[in-house]
Design a protein around this ligand. Structure first.
Ligand code: GLC
Ligand code: GLC
Length: 650
């Protein structure tokens, strides 16, 4: 948009740019800066306009974008232009992701190259490598406490390894996803170290207070993330003799985004990683970015403004790079991370679908899909050019964060129901579920669950007793859950051991740096000798891996599975089944009917419901996954216990 005030400011900034910047050929940069400048200026002004040094900070911001652009390689710039032209590229059904640790899935970054063949075997073409930056020895929150945003932790490799990996991936059309931990640094970061030495400028990078007065006021409304190990949101620092805000662990210092210098530093880091060839940046813990006294300090409007500003700035320098929002918050809050009051995504193009994840686990515990149906029905509509990251498990705990209204709507009492879920997955209700209770909070009664997918759905227990039916049921659940995330609409993100049925790893309890955080139970080192069993018929690994491989291959062929808000949830009588259609957004008559049976017993769906959903019922049904006709009885289509199918009518 052309607007006089911001435009004349832009002109004066361009006049003030350093000569070495002005000498470069910045044509593409200038067109994009012109297009986004009004928005960038307005957002920056809303956040920082009250400051005397506003104009100077604005100049720094533009310089940061320009410098980032100058550092972008011609190859990456060509990719930017290609993606601008094909701007729906990431909505395609061809993408299938995996999240992994470079020193868990592989030995280290160089060794990850040896695992590319595994990705190709399974059909993975987007890889999220968990944090690899320099972090403290000992406790580091799995690398989410970062000591240097530009240096690779030498225990896993070097920057050269990342560049090499990015190239190896690109050659094979595999997308690289890395984390940007925006919310905090480790207390070993240079900024925190300087703050500790008394440097005021760096103390202003964080929230530091002389006494408890303000921290106590904050505490009145702030929940706790790790109440068991790190209660409270502030930590006393003896060196500074001050309290510092530490929402996560006491060694993770929250960055203060009311300081524009922090914003500019972090933008510079985003652009640095974009320029290393990262395709998608996973923005960690974005709900926490803005702190305001009297609130929960999550999902604040200004956190959204910060993200919009980051997106607008990144678009100027590296428009081909996408953002994933990791905001594990209430359903009506998650959706806002795509951007509000907009048509196309204007914050993050991709967001973790934590709502679906939690609802899927409800379906497993209750063997009933009614809350899942209700929760999916209540999912607000997405913007265009925005997509979900659909997952079953990840490196974090499972929180049952669905909406209380939805829980009540299906006849449960929220507190009691959540308690049931925690009891169920921790084996108190059914000993076959081998989860661990994570961070129980005595004061609020909240608790979350850890555990690997296979152990949570009963595979560990079934293997122990050697019961083939129980083993088959556990595998059925694993495939059922993936059958949904692969067809729901969005990018499925598979957790690294899950296609191999990897079980809980209890060895974390012996490691002093891990034993207080039972999320490590589901972050094992992959045993590649065992993984080789995927090639041996009759093994659990073979059954799961080949089924997943087939599902992935088929998903990629079904254009109705691309994400153009082309899903219709079906209301049916049988509450054990979740049923929705996916249709080709350009040819709506091309439909796939997805049915998932959460119950151990066979369940049927009435044909009348399918007629109402627009199927003519004259043709032949075919399950694209099994390649077979579905079973039918006089009432309708019948699914075996834990079966899912992707039906078309021919
Ligand atoms: C995100 C990460 C989690 C980490 C937290 C703090 O939620 O997924 O593992 O503990 O951020 O960085
Ligand atoms: C962040 C994540 C949440 C997780 C927590 C600890 O809050 O958003 O999913 O429970 O970190 O892992």
């Amino acid at each position: 948009m052309y607007e006089q005030i911001s435009h004349s400011l832009l002109n004066s900034i361009l006049d003030d740019l350093k000569p070495e910047i002005r000498r470069q050929d910045l044509r593409h940069f200038y067109t994009r800066l012109g297009a986004n400048f009004y928005a960038i200026h307005s957002l920056f002004f809303t956040l920082y306009g009250h400051r005397d040094d506003f104009q100077l900070q604005m100049l720094r911001l533009v310089e940061t974008m320009a410098k980032g652009y100058i550092d972008r390689t011609p190859e990456l710039e060509a990719l930017d232009i290609q993606r601008e032209q094909d701007h729906n590229w990431f909505l395609s059904q061809k993408w299938v992701g995996m999240a992994l640790y470079s020193n868990g899935f592989a030995d280290n970054l160089p060794d990850l190259t040896n695992k590319i063949s595994y990705f190709q075997e399974l059909g993975i073409n987007m890889v999220h490598i968990m944090p690899i930056l320099k972090c403290p020895v000992g406790q580091s929150d799995g690398g989410y406490a970062i000591s240097d945003f530009r240096q690779i932790d030498d225990r896993v490799g070097s920057l050269e390894d990342v560049r090499q990996l990015a190239q190896d991936f690109r050659k094979r059309e595999i997308l690289l996803v890395l984390d940007i931990v925006l919310n905090h640094t480790s207390d070993e970061h240079e900024w925190a170290q300087k703050a500790m030495q008394g440097d005021r400028a760096y103390q202003d990078y964080y929230y530091v207070f002389d006494d408890r007065e303000i921290p106590d006021l904050f505490e009145q409304s702030m929940p706790e993330v790790f109440p068991e190990t790190d209660p409270g949101n502030f930590t006393w620092n003896g060196a500074m003799e001050k309290w510092v805000m530490t929402v996560f662990h006491n060694y993770q210092w929250d960055l203060n985004y009311s300081n524009p210098a922090v914003f500019i530093e972090m933008l510079d880091i985003i652009l640095f990683w974009a320029n290393q060839g990262v395709d998608i940046l996973r923005l960690d813990a974005v709900a926490f970015l803005w702190k305001k006294m009297g609130t929960s300090c999550q999902n604040e409007r200004k956190a959204h403004l910060l993200l919009q500003l980051m997106k607008d700035c990144c678009q100027v320098t590296a428009p081909g790079v996408l953002f994933i929002a990791e905001a594990i918050v209430a359903p009506f809050e998650v959706i806002k991370y795509f951007g509000e009051d907009a048509i196309v995504a204007k914050e993050c193009e991709i967001a973790y679908n934590a709502t679906l994840m939690a609802l899927l686990w409800d379906g497993i515990a209750t063997q009933n899909a009614k809350l899942l149906y209700q929760g999916v029905k209540s999912l607000p509509n997405k913007l265009e050019r925005a997509t979900w990251l659909n997952y079953v498990r990840c490196h974090d705990d499972i929180g049952f964060g669905f909406d209380d209204h939805d829980i009540r709507a299906v006849g449960y009492e929220p507190r009691a129901h959540r308690r049931f879920l925690v009891d169920y997955f921790s084996g108190r209700f059914d000993a076959s579920a081998r989860g661990l209770v994570f961070m129980p909070n005595e004061a609020t009664g909240d608790a979350r669950i850890c555990g690997s997918l296979a152990s949570l759905v009963g595979l560990e227990a079934a293997l122990e007793v050697g019961d083939d039916d129980l083993i088959a049921a556990a595998i059925g659940r694993i495939l059922l859950l993936h059958g949904i995330i692969l067809s729901f609409g969005g990018i499925p993100l598979i957790y690294n051991g899950d296609a191999l049925g990897v079980l809980n790893d209890y060895s974390f309890a012996e490691d002093p740096s891990k034993r207080d955080d039972n999320r490590w139970v589901h972050r094992p080192k992959i045993d590649w000798e065992k993984a080789a069993l995927r090639k041996k018929q009759g093994t659990v690994e073979h059954t799961i891996f080949n089924a997943m491989k087939k599902m992935i291959a088929i998903r990629k062929e079904i254009s109705a599975f691309a994400d153009f808000d082309n899903r219709e949830l079906l209301t049916i009588e049988n509450e054990h089944l979740l049923c929705f259609t996916r249709f080709n957004h350009q040819r709506p008559s091309e439909k796939v009917l997805v049915i998932a049976n959460f119950n151990a017993q066979p369940q049927s769906i009435e044909l009348e419901a399918l007629r109402l959903a627009g199927f003519n019922l004259y043709g032949q049904w075919i399950d694209l996954y099994s390649g077979r006709k579905p079973d039918q009885d006089d009432r309708g289509i019948v699914l075996e216990g834990f079966q899912f199918c992707w039906l078309t009518e021919t």
